[in-house]
Design a protein around this ligand. Structure first.
Ligand code: F6R
Ligand code: MG
Ligand code: MG
Length: 389
């Protein structure tokens, strides 16, 4: 009789608890404070293993354990780690200390309190390669385009055509973060429906991807939208994702291939601009030019009996130099638009920034101008007329 194999949960939980020289890079002392809390949790057996890192101003906790997703115990460890790190940030006078910790006290789950989480529970394969992606100065929907390409585009992922284990395709769980609902759609059959949704990445976000043949989880993305939680501008939601690789999932190289194109994402300066997503090494995970450009780090691990073996800094490779060069060119080009769309985000997204406060001042300066009779549906003008809640 085969013994039931233990399940391992990988939890990547992140928060911006303050940074050095503006919203630019996490201070090492705050990472050390967080690591101390995780070390204690490991010695108590709450988590099996951990790795603490950062991307730009985001402190990232990568943890493994046996407690499943949304474990209050593990989330409390993360919350305490962020609190301790924020305490150090305040002592050092770091910028925006405690920024993402929106609640006074922990209440069962970090989601909704400010931090973001991507978690998956798996039965480890004999060899379990995973990639943890962490981005700064962008939003969860930034993963829509590359994850679609990894799991549904045969021009990206050769295995979808060649490998019988991938040939059946994948299921996409897509969240509508505005309405708070989700839909599951199949690729390749419903590819065009998937694209009809995820082409609006500020609203429809790929949350999870499953292999269709056996429902094995393949990928998970954090989908929290901090602005919607806080009801005011508190930066972009700087997402994280976990993707399983090889032997029935896309190869590491097929997963990374989708990031060789520096596509345009929302975020960058003041969370208000489109810019190219630039894949970088850990060393270059610091947002400088115009608070960016938006950066992405990929760390490769093997998970063995809950242990995290690695990481390998996957974008620390000249094979991505041309992607970075193209990203710089795009940055130069789009920056020359200054405050104009389409560099600056459109009015709907700007609702969650500080622009409405500026426009509010102009509200009473407008005088009626009868240009023509409005016959059709009334044009939405909230941006100029409403006050924000
Ligand atoms: C974007 C971000 C930064 C800040 C910008 C202004 O997510 O964190 O681009 O929005 O540096 O910051 P404040 O308003 O704190 O001066
Ligand atoms: Mg920030
Ligand atoms: Mg950030």
């Amino acid at each position: 009789m085969s013994q039931e194999r233990p399940r391992t949960t990988i939890s990547v939980i992140k928060a911006d608890i303050g940074s050095l020289a503006g919203h630019h890079v996490v201070h090492p002392d705050t990472m050390a404070a967080a690591a101390k809390v995780l070390a204690e949790a490991k010695s108590k057996g709450i988590i099996i293993d951990y790795y603490v890192t950062h991307v730009g101003d985001d402190l990232e906790l990568i943890m493994t354990h046996r407690k499943g997703v949304d474990s209050p115990e593990v989330h409390e460890v993360a919350w305490n780690a962020f609190q301790e790190a924020a305490k150090v940030a305040r002592e050092l006078g770091l910028y925006a200390a405690g920024q993402d910790l929106l609640a006074e006290a922990f209440s069962g789950n970090v989601r909704g309190l400010g931090p973001s989480a991507a978690e998956m529970e798996i039965v480890e394969r004999p060899s379990e390669p995973i990639i943890v992606f962490m981005a700064d100065k962008t939003e969860p929907g930034a993963f829509n385009l590359p994850l679609f390409r990894v799991f549904a585009d045969p021009f990206n992922t050769a295995g979808l055509v060649i490998d019988p284990k991938l040939h059946g395709g994948f299921k996409f769980e897509i969240y509508d973060v505005i309405e708070g609902r989700y839909v599951v759609l199949n690729a390749p059959e419903e590819m065009y429906d998937i694209l009809a949704l995820i082409g609006t990445p500020g609203r429809f976000v790929i949350r999870r991807i499953f292999r269709k043949s056996d429902d094995e989880i393949a990928a998970v993305v954090s989908v929290e939208r901090l602005n919607l939680i806080a009801g005011r501008y508190v930066g972009k939601d700087d997402p994280v994702a976990i993707v399983r690789a090889q032997a029935g999932f896309p190869a590491v190289g097929e997963i990374l291939e989708a990031f060789a194109f520096p596509h345009m994402v929302a975020g960058w300066m003041r969370g208000s601009h489109f810019g190219p997503l630039m894949p970088v090494s850990q060393r270059h995970a610091r947002c400088t030019r115009f608070d960016g450009p938006p950066r992405l780090v990929a760390l490769g691990f093997q998970v063995k009996n809950g242990r995290l073996i690695g990481p390998s800094d996957l974008f620390d490779d000249p094979a991505f130099d041309e992607t970075r060069r193209l990203a710089q060119l795009i940055a130069d080009y789009i920056r020359r638009h200054g405050p104009f769309m389409p560099h600056r985000l459109g009015p709907e997204e700007m609702e969650y920034t500080t622009l409405p406060e500026v426009l509010e001042k102009l509200k009473n300066r407008f005088k009626e101008a009868k240009l023509y009779e409005v016959k059709g549906p009334k044009v939405k003008t909230e941006l100029l007329s409403s006050s924000r809640g």
